[in-house]
Write a protein of this length. Sequence first.
Length: 117
Amino acid sequence: QVQIVESGGGLVQPGGSLKLSCAASGSVFRSYTMAWYRQAPGSQRELVAKITSGFWPTYADSVKERFTILRDDAKSTVALQMNSLKPEDTAVYYCNVKHESMRYEYWGQGTQVTVSS
């Protein structure tokens, strides 16, 4: 059974940093794209960053130059290093893994990130 578990959320002041981690288990994830999404209250879930099985990253315009996505296939993990955080980054962040065939997709339970002074 596939499990996706996020960690690392919390409260941080504007301009601060946080690192989110996501651990996937129950399968081999080398052929999966791994991604982070977020959902703020009253808003739709949006893609923050993703990284393909070939380690090619893509970022939302709103987080470019501030966030970095990293994957470790040996550990089946994906991390999101978030720097220069802004209040508008406040949201629940979700880890997502999707097989290249698009047939299999899994979500974590989410972790809250709050940016506030």
